[in-house]
Write a protein that binds this ligand. Structure first.
Ligand code: HEM
Length: 536
């Protein structure tokens, strides 16, 4: 038999296959520029496994405000220019309102967790419900509980200053939990808080880039038997924990409704008025998105605020002078004081600039091809809004890596003279477009209240080293990795500014008791006793 024709055919098939494979991973000329690719893999091997925001920011300096990466055949577009955020994520809202598919997330949430849900009817239903519940006006109704919790935070920081990490976390959780479920967490040792954070730790670990096999890029990996795929057990375990926690809240609110003991929580409305229908999975996913979205971010801001203040005695001196003139020491600040406190505003804006809590945002997925600045952004691209890169652009800011609140006194966006401010705003940290943070009004009230309170109440200084007696300097760049970045634990010395300030904090905590009581009916006897005893 003549083997020549077969060899030619086989050779051609191999050649075509190789040519096709070589095209995989290659960036088409119409895509935004980016680092060089390798055949098949694209930029897979150079994709940062940790601190992606730093690498993205470095690439943005090299390749511009919009660059692309190829993961095999899947394009990633990273935007680090506020003008382009406006052009793509805001103006073309409907084309980039989706989230990328994630097999791992789906295994845990069945696709119904608001933050990661596809652009779907479920997402629309849950988003519309939360958007109505969290308007600026609606959030004013939650102010009494926010302020009461903020006073407890001042009291905690004054009496157990070394515990400020857990106490800031408790504050953020307790506000979100009270608004949503109608039950607070009075202590950083509250069992519900422990359970919640145990779940969050595993959940964040699961979502950490590079921690699990690339199931979405190589789908065949999904079929590995469970005994060799630890992630399957992990997903099941996280799902079990979420069911237990979130169904527990639903049952609690159902009982309250049945016994005519409603205390105005959002979840009571969801259940009684069937705002999410009878879809238990969607209800669970919405509770999760609310509590998880509202807790970590707000508490990270508070930790960053303390870190930055500890590093900057000058900023504190200026803010103290301002707040003493406007508020004095006979009363605590209220939300309406903020307009008269431009330096306190500058401090808050500068913390959010230097350390946006979600530095590369939550990824969006493109569902309709768009052309921006002549570059094609194809369907299926994953879009990251590189908040850190936008807020650390040396073209826009002098010394972007330094904490300088005064930059917001001399310019609206903190930018240097002559900088291009097209598309720039002061809320970059909340993301953009149709998926912009739905909790931003609640978060703003929490950040404003605590920024004023901390500056009114305390002096923050580096702690002294007991061995040498010298101050231990804080490092404003010592942050953890992850989707949301947190300062790593640090020591600082927190003291009330005067006995008058200290006495008022105690008095206000006792005055807040009736507000707390509304949300303490379902606490365990130990927790209830702890709550009543606080400051008494
Ligand atoms: C300072 C505090 C906060 C920051 C910095 C923050 C930041 C963000 C960011 C960057 C996103 C993604 C936006 C995008 O995709 O472009 C987001 C989404 C979200 N946030 Fe926040 N957030 C904060 C507080 C809160 C609070 C208090 C809640 C709940 C009450 C909340 C609930 C959510 C939810 C449910 C989403 C998903 C929205 C969607 O996909 O449609 N966040 N947040």
């Amino acid at each position: 038999m003549d083997l020549v024709p077969i060899t030619i055919v086989l050779g051609s098939i191999v050649a075509i296959t190789v040519m096709r494979l070589m095209r995989i991973g290659k960036r088409p000329p119409s895509f935004p520029p980016g680092p060089p690719t390798t055949p098949v893999l694209g930029n897979l091997l150079m994709f940062p496994r940790e601190n992606a925001y730093l690498k993205f920011t470095q690439w943005a300096r090299e390749f511009g405000g919009m660059f692309s990466l190829m993961m095999f055949d899947n394009p990633i577009v990273v935007i680090s220019d506020p003008r382009l955020v406006k052009e793509l994520i805001e103006k073309k809202g409907g084309s980039v309102a989706d989230r990328p598919h994630s097999h791992l997330i789906n295994m845990v949430t069945e696709g119904k967790y608001l933050t990661f849900a596809r652009y779907s009817n479920d997402w629309r239903t849950a988003r519309t419900m939360l958007q109505k519940a969290l308007t600026k006006e609606a959030c004013l109704e939650y102010l009494p509980i926010m302020q009461a919790e903020a006073i407890q935070l001042l009291f905690n920081m004054m009496t157990t200053p070394d515990n400020f990490f857990p106490d800031t976390t408790r504050f953020a959780y307790s506000v979100a939990a009270t608004v949503l479920t109608g039950t607070r967490a009075p202590s950083s040792e509250s069992p519900i808080l422990k359970k919640f954070f145990h779940m969050i730790e595993e959940w964040s670990g699961l979502l950490e880039p590079g921690s699990q096999p690339p199931l979405d890029l190589i789908p065949v990996l999904k079929y590995i038997p469970a005994r060799w795929a630890k992630w399957k057990d992990l997903c099941a375990d996280i799902r079990r924990q979420q069911y237990e926690l979130y169904d527990g809240f639903v049952t609690m609110c159902e009982k309250r409704i049945a016994n005519n003991l409603r205390n105005g929580s959002l979840l009571e409305g969801v259940i009684a008025d069937q705002k999410l229908g009878n879809d238990r999975v969607l209800i669970r996913g919405t509770i999760g998105a609310f509590l998880e979205g509202g807790t970590d971010t707000t508490s990270l801001f508070l930790k960053s605020l303390i870190l930055m203040l500890t590093s900057s005695p000058d900023a504190q001196t200026k803010a103290h002078k301002e707040i003493d003139a406007v508020v004095g020491s006979d009363r605590l600040p209220t939300l309406s004081d903020f307009n008269d406190l431009p330096y306190c505003q500058a401090i808050m804006k500068e913390v959010l600039r230097i350390r946006p809590m979600v530095p590369i945002g939550v990824p969006h997925n493109v569902t309709k091809e768009e052309v921006i600045d002549g570059y094609v952004i194809p369907v299926g691209s994953t879009v990251f809004m590189n908040q850190f890169g936008i807020l650390h652009d040396p073209e826009a800011y002098d010394d972007p890596d330094l904490f300088i609140p005064d930059r917001f006194i001399t310019s609206q966006f903190g930018t240097k003279p002559g900088a291009n401010v097209e598309g720039r705003g002061n809320e970059t940290h909340f993301g953009a477009g149709r998926r912009v943070c739905v909790g931003m009004n609640l978060a703003n009230n929490a950040m404003i209240t605590n920024t004023m309170n901390f500056l009114w109440a305390f002096d923050f200084k580096p702690a002294n080293d007991p061995a040498t007696g010298r101050p231990i300097p804080v490092d404003i760049n010592n942050y953890s990795e992850g989707i949301a970045t947190s300062p790593r634990p640090f020591k600082c010395d927190i003291r009330p500014r005067s006995p008058t300030h200290a006495a008022l904090i105690r008095k206000e905590l006792l005055a807040a008791r009736p507000i707390f009581e509304r949300y303490e009916h379902e606490l365990s006897p130990e927790e209830a006793q702890y709550a009543v005893g606080l400051g008494a």
